[in-house]
Design a protein around this ligand. Structure first.
Ligand SMILES: NC(=O)C1=CN([C@@H]2O[C@H](COP(=O)(O)OP(=O)(O)OC[C@H]3O[C@@H](n4cnc5c(N)ncnc54)[C@H](OP(=O)(O)O)[C@@H]3O)[C@@H](O)[C@H]2O)C=CC1
Ligand SMILES: N[C@@H](C=O)C(=O)O
Length: 277
């Protein structure tokens, strides 16, 4: 089996050599738990982060038994400063960790004017602040090593203000922008950054937000989502949108955005904004 090391792709005949550990947030269910299973089957030791200790312990025991990899659990509520600090410390100190999967996240039911400010604050803390804090914790060590990978789970909703999940979508737009910016800054230094944009995927996020997933339109199964995201990961794709059939549509979107850049260096208001004299 050829093992590709993250960042600098080195091939080795020894299947157990140079396989970095993977720290996955939101690993107790859904996409995170599936990433844990897939990376364990690839031979990566794991550090699993979430709040539910019982579920983390059960998953860890199963993966140890089924794959033989080492699995640590690190219970943490990523909206709580003391807890996220412990995860940051692990990321800084544990030099075996070569992949960070920033997956933990939630959505919030209701329309903006009905959503409580405290709920919105927690949503931003989990979906956005925790992502940037954990990336910040690990980036210096990855840059120093000239290798490493940061996988940030965004969402297609971050591209759809019309979807009506405004703050959730805003957090996902933040994750996408953060990932693209980090890729611009860190890829030249050997660090791979991937934004993954799932569409609707069958996980507990729906029930946790008060929806009946069985009453919703059909959606992707979580194993198919993660397997597609890992195809993008293995290709070192900076932005992976598993449901997008034509890569050219994303490339055209990026190109259209970049056509505006020369205008952003203008020092006078555009003609269309000049008050009629
Ligand atoms: N399912 C979908 O349709 C889509 C999901 N996504 C994104 O995928 C990611 C994973 O969600 P998904 O698997 O669907 O949903 P799940 O609800 O199944 O998983 C969410 C995970 O995040 C953890 N989590 C929730 N709150 C906290 C917290 N405060 N601190 C630490 N961990 C927390 C949960 O564990 P615990 O409760 O044990 O803490 C759980 O492991 C999210 O970022 C989501 O926005 C993106 C697009 C589509
Ligand atoms: N989690 C879903 C919406 O709530 C999504 O990101 O599609």
């Amino acid at each position: 089996m050829t093992v590709m090391n993250i960042g600098s792709i080195r091939e080795t005949s020894n299947p157990m050599a140079d396989i970095p550990s993977v720290l996955i947030t939101g690993a107790s269910s859904g996409i995170g738990a599936t990433y844990a299973e897939r990376f364990a089957r690839r031979g990566h030791d794991l550090v699993l982060v979430a709040r539910d200790i019982t579920r983390l312990e059960a998953l860890a025991a199963r993966l140890r038994a089924e794959t033989g990899v080492a699995v640590d659990i690190l219970p943490a509520d990523l909206t709580q400063p003391g807890d996220i600090a412990a995860v940051e410390t692990r990321l800084r100190a544990d030099r075996r960790i070569g992949v960070l999967v920033n997956n933990a996240g939630a959505s919030l039911a209701g329309r903006f004017e009905k959503q409580p400010a405290d709920g919105l604050d927690r949503l931003v803390a989990l979906n956005a602040t925790s992502v940037v804090r954990l990336a910040s914790a690990v980036a210096p060590r990855f840059v120093e090593a000239g290798a490493g990978a940061i996988v940030n789970i965004a969402s297609v909703v971050g591209l759809i203000p019309e979807f009506g999940q405004t703050v959730y979508g805003a957090t996902k737009a933040f994750v996408l922008f953060l990932s693209q910016g980090l890729s611009f800054e860190l890829a030249p230094k050997g660090v791979y950054v991937q934004a993954v944009l799932p569409a609707a995927t069958r996980t507990e996020i729906w029930e946790r937000a008060g929806a009946d997933v069985n009453a919703l339109p059909a959606m992707m199964e979580v194993g198919e989502l993660v397997d597609a995201a890992l195809v993008g990961f293995d290709r070192r794709e900076p932005v992976t949108i598993p449901v997008l059939g034509e890569a050219g549509k994303w490339e055209a979107y990026q190109a259209a955005r970049q056509t505006m850049l020369p205008d952003f260096s203008q020092i006078h208001a555009a003609e269309r904004y000049r008050a009629a004299s």
